[in-house]
Design a binder for this molecule. Structure first.
Ligand SMILES: Nc1ncnc2c1ncn2[C@@H]1O[C@H](COP(=O)(O)OP(=O)(O)OP(=O)(O)O)[C@@H](O)[C@H]1O
Ligand SMILES: [Mg+2]
Length: 174
């Protein structure tokens, strides 16, 4: 069983994945720990390593045995067939608060708010996978989000099917 938890930075992937892995006794794979191994270069402007998804897949594939949860903002780009993909979502005002607390620069905050408003992770996920769900974390605790993911894994995830979340009004009103 492969569970992919993806989403814009600050939506809560790392926090939630830890709760899910602990509760369900899944192995936890954090892509941020593997990015260095899959690096294809260094992006001076973004001050971060460039990760090649194909290379990342080669690194992750041998680790993904048994029940695993893979978390990271590139996790949905890994072509695991049959994976369940959960895209964590967050409303602009709350996401801005979370990213500020994480110490992100103004530029990075703006960039990520825009990516969230444009549904980038969701659209990319749908392009690559067939079992995709989205959970609005804006007003939930990490434990509650883990509860939503449990419902999804138990086949009761209809209400988390994509298409119900739209931040455009809130985002463009800013
Ligand atoms: N419902 C929630 N689910 C997850 N995190 C939440 C929630 N509510 C608040 N948070 C807070 O949001 C912050 C961001 O969470 P986290 O670092 O897990 O995000 P992330 O998606 O892993 O980000 P990154 O892509 O930068 O690693 C944390 O301070 C976390 O405590
Ligand atoms: Mg994280």
């Amino acid at each position: 069983m492969i569970l992919i938890i993806t989403g814009t930075p600050g939506t809560g992937k790392s926090t939630v994945a830890e709760v899910v892995a602990r509760r369900r006794n899944f192995k936890l794979i954090r892509l941020s720990n593997l990015a260095q191994e899959a690096a294809s270069g260094y992006d001076e402007e973004r001050e971060s390593v460039e990760v090649d998804p194909e290379r990342l897949f080669e690194v992750v594939r041998p680790l993904a045995t048994g029940d695993v949860v893979i978390e990271g903002h590139l996790a949905h780009l890994l072509p695991f067939s049959g994976a369940t993909v959960v895209v964590l979502r967050c409303a602009p005002a709350e996401l801005e608060r979370r990213l500020r607390k994480k110490g992100f620069s103004e530029e990075k905050i703006r960039e990520n708010l825009e990516a969230e408003a444009l549904d980038v992770c969701l659209i990319e996920s749908i392009e690559m996978h067939s079992r995709v769900y989205e959970v609005d974390t804006s007003h939930l605790t990490p434990e509650q989000v883990a509860g939503c993911i449990a419902q999804i894994l138990e086949g009761e995830g209809e209400r988390f099917r994509p298409g119900k979340i739209d931040w455009s009004e809130e985002f463009f009103a800013q």
